[in-house]
Write a protein that binds this ligand. Structure first.
Ligand code: MN
Length: 355
């Protein structure tokens, strides 16, 4: 992990916040970027950082995204909280004199930063071998893998600056923390709890309820049914390859769900979207999901990142036909079984020979 320039920042939260505020006060227009297909933590972090920039530093802001908002919950978050954003390819970069990247880092596989764009601010909580961070080029770098959510780090800036968050920002940050920490049950630090408490009295509880339980399309249940038919159970390890599927988020959602199965120590779940094979790994609390996903894709050209018991990655296939897919699935399965020290001989399918 690459955090040398953290040394540039004083360790206390208040001092970090002051460094960020002083930097933003020297700029006029902040552009906030995140990873492709933004998830709640990245959206929460973006909304919170924009609020910090506006209220604590008095500058204008804009959020620009690549990809799509995919899950029904994430779409409800954008709708209920009226989060404004533009597509990155429709904005003029020269309109901005400051660029921030939240919940990801330059060089990560699922992150697009236009060539020649200097990233001034990086705020993230992932570990990843692919980071192309050049600490000497980043004026403000705050990467803390021990924190459960990027939204927590951003929320702490508002807290330390004494900014009263709007219901929109408080709810976005809260939902970001909640999804990345599975309701404060995984990868949780003291700061995560502290920031959730700080945000509590500012929440729009009605919006939050609408975000948490949105209507789900019929296609969602079809994918779920299909996913369950492909589950393979080993000793404490659950493997599931969805074949062709709708989105990386669906892969993550199935992985989350399967981790809840009794006796499960780890889940390795994958699915093909176009030419990209997405992988989500979940382990029981205290597990190292990043180590497992790295071992899983070691024979492939792919990228991955993670923190604690959660990791994700992708592999781009030259050819996405069913034979190539099957071979890839077999190689991944072999790698994962080896890494977990599990024998491949006694796989059980759901619905077959149930006990
Ligand atoms: Mn995150």
């Amino acid at each position: 992990m690459n955090t040398p320039s953290l040394a540039k920042l004083a360790q206390s939260g208040t001092a970090r916040t002051e460094v960020l505020r002083d930097l933003l006060r020297t700029r006029q227009r902040l552009l906030v970027l995140t990873h492709n297909n933004p998830d709640p933590d990245s959206l929460g972090g973006a909304v919170g950082l924009m609020e910090f920039a506006r209220l604590a530093c008095g500058i204008e802001t804009k959020l620009a995204i690549t990809g799509k908002i995919l899950r029904a919950e994430n779409q409800a978050m954008v709708r209920e909280l009226a989060i404004e954003m533009d597509r990155l390819d429709t904005i003029k970069l020269s309109d901005f004199d400051c660029v921030a990247l939240v919940d990801t880092q330059p060089g990560f596989g699922h992150t697009f930063v236009p060539a020649g764009t200097a990233v001034d601010i990086v705020i993230d909580h992932h570990v990843c071998d692919d980071s192309k961070l050049d600490p000497s080029q980043t004026a403000f770098l705050d990467v803390r893998p021990d924190i459960g959510a990027t939204s927590t780090i951003v929320g702490s800036y508002l807290m330390h600056a004494g900014v009263e968050p709007s219901p929109q920002a408080a709810t976005a940050l809260h939902y970001g923390i909640r999804t990345d920490t599975a309701d404060l049950s995984r990868n949780v630090s003291k700061l995560d709890v502290q920031v959730v408490e700080f945000l509590a009295k500012h929440l729009d509880r009605q919006a939050l309820a609408a975000i948490t339980n949105p209507d789900l399309p019929v296609a969602y249940f079809r994918t779920l049914k299909d996913a369950l038919s492909k589950v393979r159970l080993y000793d404490g390890l659950v493997l599931c390859s969805l074949g062709n599927t709708t989105s990386a988020e669906m892969v993550a959602e199935v992985a989350d769900m399967l981790l809840r199965m009794e006796g499960t120590k780890a889940v390795f779940c994958g699915g093909l979207v176009g030419q990209s094979y997405y992988i989500s790994v979940r382990t029981e609390t205290g597990g190292d999901a990043w180590r497992l996903i790295k071992a899983g894709i070691e024979t492939e050209e792919g990228s991955c990142g993670g923190h604690g018991s959660v990791a994700g990655g992708s592999i781009t296939l030259d050819c996405a036909d069913s034979r190539t897919l099957r071979r890839l699935e077999r190689r991944l399965e072999r790698n994962v079984l080896k890494a977990m020290g599990v024998s491949g001989a006694n796989a059980v399918k759901l619905g077959e020979n149930d006990d």
